[in-house]
Design a protein around this ligand. Structure first.
Ligand code: FMN
Length: 213
């Protein structure tokens, strides 16, 4: 016997059944609580217009805690964060990012960087994957707090990387991955997914039928 009176062999099907029961009501419909959680994920949208108002320190702490709860290869946590409120710094970064003009009018910016010295095997790919996971967590947290946020691409554009390294006085091993503009939402967007069955392959790569099932 393993635990809870289950043998090892039948523990997994029972666990799956329990999980399924937690996810779905008896009628086979998804529970309202699960629907709400999925809708929350779909409700995270890029918000590029901000209403007047600050983002308080407690919210900044929550954003950073969520970011640093992300998965990271070998838990190396190579992510580093530069929190920016000074309008002149926000404007300088906005000027360096061709699609980041909204940062100049946002009350808060967070530049997510990765320290190559800290990344697993000092690999840029691990650094980027870890930082991207942190960014998505941060964006979801902003959404949970009722804030609006937008990912602003920096890496791999060399000119943007160089300009941000200068503006923020980053050490040589620290690579800016993305800026995030954050503020109170000044626009509303519908939850949505961009689900496309053609992008999904079942068991192995196949182009034979639409969803392969
Ligand atoms: C790597 C990356 C770079 C991005 N760079 C920018 C950017 O520079 N400016 C911008 O307005 N949005 C940027 N975005 C946001 C995308 O445009 C946005 O996520 C996409 O259009 C889907 O919309 P949604 O976030 O509302 O679902 C970036 C997103 C990613 C993942």
């Amino acid at each position: 016997m393993w635990n809870n009176g289950w043998s090892k062999a039948d523990a997994m099907p029972k666990r799956l059944a329990l999980l399924r029961r937690a996810l779905y009501t008896r009628s086979g419909n998804m529970s309202a609580a699960v629907k709400d959680k999925l809708q929350f994920i779909l409700g995270r949208r890029s918000i590029r217009v901000y209403a007047p108002g600050e983002v308080d320190e407690a919210a900044v702490t929550q954003l950073l805690q969520a970011a640093m709860a992300a998965p990271s290869a070998v838990a190396k946590d190579p992510w580093r964060f530069v929190v920016i409120r000074k309008p002149e710094t926000l404007s300088a970064i906005a000027a360096a990012l061709p699609n980041g003009g909204m940062l100049a009018v946002a009350p808060l910016g967070i530049v997510v960087c990765g320290d190559l010295e800290a990344a697993h095997d000092r690999q840029l790919s691990y650094l980027l994957q870890d930082c991207s996971a942190a960014i998505e967590n941060l964006l979801l947290c902003a959404h949970a707090l009722g804030l609006g946020a937008c990912w602003l691409g920096v890496h791999p554009r060399e000119d943007r990387v160089r300009k941000l390294q200068e503006i923020l006085s980053l050490p040589v091993s620290v690579i800016p991955v993305a800026g995030i503009a954050i503020g109170r939402p000044g626009e509303a967007k519908e939850p949505r997914t961009r689900y496309n069955p053609h992008y999904v392959h079942w068991e192995k790569w196949s182009t034979e039928n639409e969803d392969g099932r």
